[in-house]
Design a protein around this ligand. Structure first.
Ligand code: PLP
Length: 393
């Protein structure tokens, strides 16, 4: 066998998102791109801010020797210092450069964090529905995912979280604004969670880390904000990236921010820096690290996604779909009108509408629509959404 049994198994279970994306490419070839409504992938369709292009050009013309060389594994000091200063003001907690480690996106950050903290068999609590890759990321580093359902409105179910913590719990992983639900956790929810982690951590005699995956933190609607976890829980570690904030997922740039008063802050930082190297990332890409200090604080216009959300929600509600209105990110996670979400998604696919079954996110009976698409795609897909709803009645 050319590949390991585990990888062979995983390939055969292949991610629904990727499968839909590939089906989409095939359908677009057959029917023409304008006749396929591809809501499968969270690829931002808003162009990066103009300031980014200007910064790219400035950095590209920097011809000092050594600009393409290796650097410390944590990233350029100047970039980390600029980011620490910005985050310190944003969170209201002073951070130094050493508390920020540059990574290859949020995906890289999460893998570095998990590699650093997990012993074999350690449990990580993951809220369902969840970002599909979490299962692989936790497994990559010998951990075990323990899935905890969220409430009907996708808010945190604090009782369920409390009941799921065991002597093996090493971390709780949350994502807000959430993929796939668009839910933004409130400060009250997060404070409640922190209280549980402190009390339970004392009881089991170990620190429970709160890993906060926040790549959508600047894509929030209706004037809302994402509460600062650093202010709420000392043992929190943030994984973030510019993939969605600046619409540059292909550039692979993100960071870890660690609470300066975390109990083992120095050991954690040492671990993160070493694991960035050991996982083969070595360091986050140099070019974009030089660009970042010039555009810190810029982000794409979230109102563009907010308008798309409204367009989609209005259209689907008129056609009888039920859902929790997203507060951020660019995903909607409606209930399927029939219990079998895979069958429902197949029916949509027959109308060239590509979505992802909720089962892929650990929540059957739902489906995910990534609405980071042209307005015309949303408008023109409504006929098919309506027809499939009609079939299900
Ligand atoms: C919830 C969540 N976490 C992490 C990632 C990975 O983002 P990045 O491109 O920054 O690695 C994504 C990407 O879609 C995501 O939706």
């Amino acid at each position: 066998m050319a590949v390991s049994k585990k990888i062979e198994r995983t390939i055969s279970q292949q991610s629904w998102i990727r499968k839909m994306f590939e089906d989409g490419l095939r359908l677009k070839k057959e029917f023409g791109a304008g006749n396929v409504f591809d809501f499968s992938l969270g690829n931002p369709n808003v162009e990066p801010p103009a300031s980014l292009k200007k910064a790219f050009l400035e950095v590209a013309s920097d011809d000092r020797p050594g600009v393409h060389a290796y650097m410390p594994n944590a990233g350029f000091l100047a970039t980390r210092a600029a980011l620490a200063d910005f985050l310190g003001r944003e969170h209201g907690i002073p951070l130094a450069a050493e508390h920020v480690i540059m990574t290859c996106g949020a995906a890289g950050a999460l893998n570095v964090i998990l590699k650093t903290i997990l012993d074999p068999g350690d449990e990580v609590l993951v809220m369902t529905p969840f970002f599909v890759e979490y299962t692989a990321y936790v497994d990559n580093h010998g951990g075990v995912c323990k899935y905890v359902r969220t409430a009907e409105d996708f808010s945190l179910d604090l009782e369920a979280i409390e009941a799921s913590i065991s002597e093996r719990t090493k971390a709780v992983l949350i994502n807000s604004p959430n993929n796939p639900t668009g839910r933004v956790y409130t400060e009250t929810e997060l404070r409640g969670l922190a209280d549980i982690l402190i009390a339970k951590g004392r009881k089991i005699g170990r620190t429970i880390h709160l890993i906060s995956d926040e790549p959508y933190d600047k894509i929030v609607y209706d004037g809302g904000t994402v509460p600062s976890l650093l202010k709420i829980y000392r043992e929190s570690v943030i994984a973030n990236s510019y993939s969605k904030t600046l619409s540059i997922p292909g550039e692979r740039i993100g960071f870890i921010a660690v609470h300066p008063q975390a109990e083992a802050v120095e050991t954690l930082i040492g671990g993160f820096v070493m694991c960035n190297r050991m996982l083969g990332f070595v360091n986050a890409p140099a070019f974009i690290q030089r660009v970042l200090p010039k555009v810190i604080g810029s982000s794409v216009d979230a109102e563009v996604y907010e308008r798309k959300r409204d367009l989609l929600c209005r259209g689907l509600a008129e056609r009888g779909y039920s859902f929790v209105k997203p507060q951020g990110a660019f995903y909607l996670f409606p209930r399927t009108p029939i219990a079998d979400d895979v069958e429902f998604v197949r029916r949509l696919q027959k109308r060239n509408i590509l979505t992802v079954p909720g089962s892929g996110f650990g929540s059957p009976g739902h489906f995910r629509i990534a609405y980071c698409v042209e307005d015309a795609t949303i408008v023109n897909a409504m006929k098919g959404f309506g027809e499939v709803m009609g079939e299900c009645r």
